[in-house]
Design a protein around this ligand. Structure first.
Ligand SMILES: Cc1cc2nc3c(=O)[nH]c(=O)nc-3n(C[C@H](O)[C@H](O)[C@H](O)COP(=O)(O)O)c2cc1C
Length: 214
């Protein structure tokens, strides 16, 4: 028999196409069953060494969430056009400037306003002890888990944003994250305030090489 979790949601390629980063949410709660299906999909991701050393934290208490986001993570919205333009001035690509103009005013508010705020944690040795790219496999693996989560969200018509903390020591301490664990991403999610639209397909042929980089 097909397990119920696999009968739910849209077809795979449709979910891949639909997934978008969303930073503004409708005032509508996320059904608990959908949330559990999404996190279960995350735990089905492949990982190095087979350990799946991942843990999830949901920040639901709004006072605690506020403290975590504002005081500990120090996430802030860039409001002034001038500050934003100064920031985007360092980039040449118009597409990149557009992304930052859209995202910089929402870095704090997306997390405070989202119906759910999820932290994805993973176990990893200190960066100071990492000598090879191979040793970064725990980081690679947790992002497979995160991508499963983002696609499973899209399959439920839910959307969010993967925010990567620049500095997470204070936040880890505040939340009681054990030593040896890191926060890979902070993910606000919910139903979108507006229809997110779809990304244009990339030109595959410009990126595909056979038998060498030609
Ligand atoms: C590793 C990673 C880190 C990201 N960090 C942030 C972030 O800190 N803040 C943010 O608003 N978006 C962040 N994003 C979302 C990207 O801006 C977004 O995925 C990108 O602009 C492409 O848009 P799309 O997801 O709608 O296709 C991150 C995405 C990834 C994969």
């Amino acid at each position: 028999m097909i397990p119920t979790e696999e009968k739910k949601g849209m077809e795979f390629h449709e979910a891949v196409r639909r997934r978008r980063t969303v930073r503004e949410f409708a005032d509508r709660p996320v059904p608990e069953e959908a949330l559990r299906r999404v996190l279960a999909a995350g735990l089905r991701a492949p990982c190095n060494a087979h350990l799946k050393s991942w843990q999830f934290i949901l920040l639901r208490d709004l006072e605690r969430r506020d403290q975590a986001v504002v005081e500990k993570l120090k996430a802030r919205d860039m409001k002034g056009g001038e500050e934003i333009e100064r920031f985007v001035g360092r980039f040449e690509e118009e597409e990149l400037k557009k992304v930052y103009r859209r995202s910089l005013p929402r870095q704090q508010s997306m997390m405070l306003e989202a119906p759910e705020l999820l932290l994805v944690c993973y176990r990893m040795k200190p960066l100071s002890e990492v000598r090879t790219l191979f040793e970064l496999n725990p980081l690679a693996s947790v992002w497979m888990c995160i991508e499963n989560i983002m696609l499973a969200l899209a399959a439920e018509e839910l959307f969010g944003c993967t925010y990567t903390p620049y500095e997470s020591r204070g936040l880890k301490e505040f939340l009681g994250v054990p030593v040896g664990w890191e926060i890979a991403a902070v993910i606000p999610f919910g139903y979108p305030r507006e229809e997110p639209g779809e990304n244009e397909a990339e030109d595959l042929d410009a990126r595909l090489h056979v038998d060498g980089w030609n």
